[in-house]
Design a binder for this molecule. Structure first.
Ligand code: FEO
Length: 175
């Protein structure tokens, strides 16, 4: 049993996760169109991961006998020019998601809702990894450049990384 306030907030977070999935789907299409196949695969894998996050919360609400209320998902903006800007935008977005997850935890703590606090712990840890992964890509773009051969190398790395997204953490399977 969770409070109505918590139910509403988790539904809002489901919407944020679905928006993230939508945003990354759009960026995957954009990367594909500019022939960055590894980047496209990476964003497609992130899309799948965000869908899994939304479903994990959806399942939690149902397990708590709480109503799932699906709202409209906003259209993502047009992709910015340049690969660096795309990843900087991705990092800014993930930081907003981290802040939203932290607010959910604050709510759970204020309500002494231990079940939800424990459930959210997985997302707190996940956000650390999500931000670190994007920071790493930005660092490599700074080091090797976001054009020409440097970009090609990073695109190849992202192709390899896409294959392991969502496969390294057994907890992902619990969605
Ligand atoms: Fe579901 Fe990227 O946060």
């Amino acid at each position: 049993m969770i409070s109505e306030a918590m139910r509403v907030r988790i539904n809002e977070q489901i919407n944020r996760e679905l928006y993230s999935a939508y945003l990354y789907l759009a960026l995957s299409a954009h990367a594909q169109r500019i022939n960055l196949k590894g980047t496209a695969a990476w964003f497609m894998a992130k899309h799948g991961e965000e869908m899994m996050h939304a479903l994990k919360m959806y399942r939690y609400l149902l397990d708590q006998d709480a109503q799932v209320t699906l709202a409209s998902v906003a259209a993502p903006p047009a992709a910015p020019d340049g690969v660096m800007a795309i990843f900087e935008g991705t990092l800014a977005h993930e930081r907003e998601v981290t802040a939203a997850i932290n607010e959910l935890v604050d709510q759970a703590l204020s309500e002494k809702d231990h079940a939800t606090r424990v459930f959210l712990q997985w997302f707190v840890t996940e956000q650390i990894e999500e931000e670190a992964t994007v920071i790493d890509v930005i660092g490599r773009l700074r080091l090797f450049g976001d054009q020409g051969q440097g970009l090609l190398m990073i695109d190849n790395e992202l192709a390899a990384a896409a294959k392991s997204i969502g496969q390294t953490r057994p907890a992902d399977g619990g969605a």
